[in-house]
Design a binder for this molecule. Structure first.
Ligand SMILES: O=c1ccn([C@@H]2O[C@H](COP(=O)(O)O)[C@@H](O)[C@H]2O)c(=O)[nH]1
Length: 277
C-alpha cells in the first residue's frame, strides 16, 4: 500500500491533535525523580509509561536515541518497542538520532531509521548536514521513496551551535541559511507541507534567515531550555504554521502519573496551538 508522504501525515496529525511533539528523553535524573532505578527495567517502565499515556493523543513523539543507546542492545530493544507501540497508537515518531556521516555511511543510517523493514523504522529522523548537505543524499532519497521525513539541523537551540551555523561565506550568507536553501529545494513541488524539515531552536529569538522552506520546522528548546510557546511567533514569524514545537523534560517531569503527563502535554498543545495561529 502506498504510504502518504510524511509532510501530509504530519499536517493531518497536527490538525487533529494539535501542534506538539513530546520528547522521550529518559535522563538518569528523570528516572530517579520517577522513583525508578537507572537500569534497563527503569528505562522500560519509563518509556512504556510515556508511550501509554501520550501516544494516543499527541501528534508526535520524539525518542532521544542517546538515552536508549547508553543501555546497549537492551536499550535499543526498548526503543524498538516504543517506536512500534507509539506508531500503532497513532503518534508519528521522529527518531532524534542526529546522524551525519559520509554519504556511503548515511545509506546505512537511512536503512536503520527510514526503511520500513527496519526494526527501528520511524516516521522521520533527525540528521546533521555538517559533513555537507550532499552527504545526506542517501537518507533524503530513501525517505522520499518510503514516505518518511528527514529533519536537518539548521539552527540548533544550544548557544554553541552559532559558531558553526552562523559562520558566513564570502557572499555574507550563513551556513544555516545555505542549509535552509537546500531544504527548500528538496521540498520544491511538494503539495502541502514538504517532507524535509529543518531543526530551528525556539530559544533563538529573531533568527534573521528565510524559514520559507515549504516544510516542517521542528522547534526544540521549549520548557527546560527556557523558551515558551509565546516565543514561537517571534522566532518563526510567518512560518509559525509549519512549526512542530517540541518539549521533553518539562512534560516528562510530570510523570510517572499518566494524568500528570497528559495534563502537561494538553496544556502545551493548547498554548502552542494559540501561538501558531
Ligand atoms: O537544536 C536542538 C536539537 C535537538 N534537541 C533535542 O531536543 C530535546 C530537548 O529536550 P528538553 O528536555 O525539552 O530540553 C533533547 O532530546 C535534545 O537533544 C535540542 O534540544 N535542540
Amino acid at each position: 500500500m502506498m504510504v502518504q508522504p510524511f509532510g501530509a501525515r504530519l499536517r493531518a496529525a497536527m490538525d487533529e491533535r494539535g501542534p506538539l511533539c513530546v520528547g522521550i528523553d529518559p535522563h538518569a535524573a528523570l528516572l530517579q525523580a520517577w522513583g525508578l532505578a537507572d537500569d534497563i527495567a527503569g528505562l522500560e517502565t519509563f518509556t512504556r509509561t510515556v508511550v501509554d499515556a501520550l501516544a494516543d493523543r499527541v501528534a508526535v513523539l520524539k525518542p532521544q536515541s542517546a538515552f536508549f543507546e547508553r543501555f546497549g542492545s537492551r536499550g535499543i530493544a526498548v526503543l524498538e518497542a516504543a517506536v512500534a507501540d507509539a506508531r500503532s497508537a497513532g503518534a508519528l515518531v521522529i527518531m532524534d538520532a542526529k546522524r551525519g556521516d559520509i554519504g556511503s555511511t548515511m545509506a546505512g543510517y537511512a536503512a536503520a531509521y527510514v526503511d520500513k523493514n527496519s526494526p527501528l523504522a520511524s516516521d522521520a529522523v533527525t540528521v546533521s548536514p555538517y559533513l555537507g548537505f550532499g552527504s545526506l543524499r542517501p537518507v533524503l532519497d530513501l525517505a522520499a521513496e518510503q514516505g518518511a521525513g528527514v529533519f536537518v539541523l539548521a539552527l540548533t537551540s544550544n548557544p554553541e551551535g552559532a559558531e558553526v551555523q552562523r559562520a558566513t561565506a564570502a557572499d555574507g550568507s550563513s551556513v544555516a541559511a545555505a542549509m535552509l536553501r537546500h531544504i527548500a529545494v528538496e521540498n520544491a513541488g511538494a503539495r502541502g507541507l514538504g517532507s524535509v524539515g529543518a531543526v530551528v531552536g525556539a530559544t533563538l529569538g529573531e533568527v534573521g534567515v528565510d524559514l520559507d522552506i515549504n516544510g516542517p520546522l521542528l522547534a526544540p528548546g521549549i520548557g527546560a531550555q527556557g523558551a515558551t510557546p509565546a516565543d514561537i511567533p517571534k522566532v518563526f514569524g510567518a512560518a509559525a504554521r509549519n512549526v512542530v514545537p517540541s518539549v521533553s523534560r518539562e512534560v516528562l517531569r510530570h510523570g510517572p502519573s499518566a494524568a500528570g503527563l497528559r495534563d502537561a502535554a494538553a496544556r502545551y498543545a493548547e498554548e502552542c496551538q494559540a501561538a501558531v495561529n
